[in-house]
Write a protein that binds this ligand. Structure first.
Ligand SMILES: Cc1cc2nc3c(=O)[nH]c(=O)nc-3n(C[C@H](O)[C@H](O)[C@H](O)COP(=O)(O)OP(=O)(O)OC[C@H]3O[C@@H](n4cnc5c(N)ncnc54)[C@H](O)[C@@H]3O)c2cc1C
Length: 405
């Protein structure tokens, strides 16, 4: 049996190894367009590779996937994070868990993962060919012929498309008859020029609520001020869940920030009244409420019209109302986005309604499979994107050799 895998990334390698290990008689070849394989794995997690996430319940795990959560439930029950941990451990790589649940190799070096995958592929007899770009798939009955640069067309009994977010491959699949959900970047940070944030890069709050004005889009979590605007888990979450809507808005929208989690205006006002009573003789600027970082507090107080020397005793109702508004519903103009260097992905891809998730096979064409980011699946940051690639690769790898346990 000839199995051709298009794309030498996380999903393609995992599928190739799984197929070749499950059926040593199968000829498995990986075609990679660039000069080297596994480039994203190498770069991932800031060079440490966040392999997966310590979330071992499939129902909880799927909550981290803005696109693909329903479809991945079954696959995660068959090959989830614990299976990933066991898979790497069986091949000599132990993973460790950080307090936030992200899992990395003990070495803290992505090269460990790259080498592990390479060695496993070599041992299983997978052929890896680089510098070959696939340009067309030709259907011959229930088999395929794979056309790529610099090579005679390759016959294939099974083809797996694991090309990540390649526009050219999506166009090719669309021509073939598959529906492609238009791509949109996910996991990005927001560009904001605002005097309240200027020179505060590095300041963070542990629990903020961010909302897109006029839309039902919000996210909660730590918030970090950067040189360009805002980042941190709350922003990354919002960028993932709102990937399509924010693209439609051309990344230009009003962001409402509560620096105090989900505290309501009335509650904040009551809290400020208490702070006022307890600190009447102190200046507002020098005495932050709610444990907010000093410099951020000063900016928010100034934005509410409170001069540096004003004492709590001298704040009237209007001033406190202005301060409460700044604390729990200040509006900030987002103008553009920046890449989150640790991890970014693309939403969109092969329409999930056209894929059979027991096997990751196309519902339109027999013996054509998909895994990884080529599908309209993406996740929050934290190792979830690789987990989707490992899971899809493993299930497709088994299915292609007729071993879908
Ligand atoms: C900087 C960065 C850091 C990241 N860090 C993490 C992390 O720590 N944890 C995490 O979970 N996720 C992370 N991600 C996301 C993760 O890398 C992707 O979700 C994952 O790589 C998807 O795997 P894939 O195999 O589907 O696609 P890819 O890894 O993109 O692999 C696709 C491969 O197909 C090849 N290809 C494309 N077109 C063709 C063609 N026509 N012919 C032949 N070959 C082709 C490409 O060259 C590429 O090698 C990160 C992403 C980035 C960009």
């Amino acid at each position: 049996m000839d199995i051709v895998i298009i794309g030498g990334g996380a999903a393609g390698f995992f599928a190739a190894i799984t197929a070749a290990e499950s059926n040593p008689a199968a000829q498995v070849i990986v075609l990679e367009r660039s000069a080297s394989v596994l480039q994203k794995v190498q770069l991932s997690g800031g060079g440490r590779c966040n392999v997966t996430h310590a979330c071992f319940d499939a129902r909880a795990l799927v909550q981290h996937y803005p696109r693909g959560s329903r479809e991945l439930l079954g696959p995660f029950q068959r090959f989830g994070p614990q299976d990933t941990v066991d898979w790497f451990e069986a091949r000599g790589v132990r993973l460790k868990t950080e307090p936030d649940g992200r899992m990395f190799p003990l070495s803290d070096d992505a090269q460990t993962i790259v080498e592990c995958l390479w060695n496993a592929a070599r041992r299983a007899g997978v052929q890896v060919r680089t510098g070959l770009r696939v340009e067309r798939l030709e259907r011959i009955g229930d088999s395929w012929r794979v056309h790529c640069t610099r090579l005679e067309p390759l016959p294939a009994d099974r083809v797996l498309v694991a090309t990540g977010s390649s526009e050219a491959i999506w166009a090719m699949l669309e021509k073939l008859g598959h529906r492609i959900v238009p791509p949109a970047p996910s996991l990005f940070t927001f560009n904001i020029k605002d005097s309240r944030l200027r020179d505060l890069a590095g300041v963070s709050v542990p629990d903020a609520l961010v909302q897109v004005a006029g839309a039902r889009l919000s996210a909660r979590g730590p918030l970090l001020i950067t040189h360009w605007g805002l980042s941190g888990p709350a922003i990354l979450r919002l960028s993932a869940w709102g990937a399509r809507e924010l693209k439609q808005a051309s990344y230009s929208f009003s962001l409402i920030i509560s620096w105090l989690g989900d505290k309501k205006l009335a509650e904040v006002l009551a809290g400020l009244a208490q702070t006022k009573a307890a600190n009447a003789r102190k200046t507002v600027h020098a005495h932050p409420a709610y444990g907010l970082p000093q410099r951020l507090w000063e900016r928010l107080a100034a934005a509410a019209g409170i001069p540096a020397g004003m004492r709590w005793a001298d704040t009237g109702k209007t001033v406190l109302q202005g301060l409460a508004t700044e604390l729990c519903c200040g509006a900030y103009a987002v103008r553009g986005k920046s890449a989150f260097k640790e991890e970014f992905v693309t939403a969109g891809g092969v329409d999930l309604r056209e894929v059979q998730f027991k096997t990751f096979e196309s519902k339109l064409f027999p013996h054509l499979y998909f895994a990884g980011e080529v599908l309209d699946i993406d996740a929050l940051t934290g190792g979830f994107n690789f987990q989707a690639a490992w899971t899809g690769g493993w299930i497709a790898g088994k299915a292609m050799v007729g071993n879908d346990e």
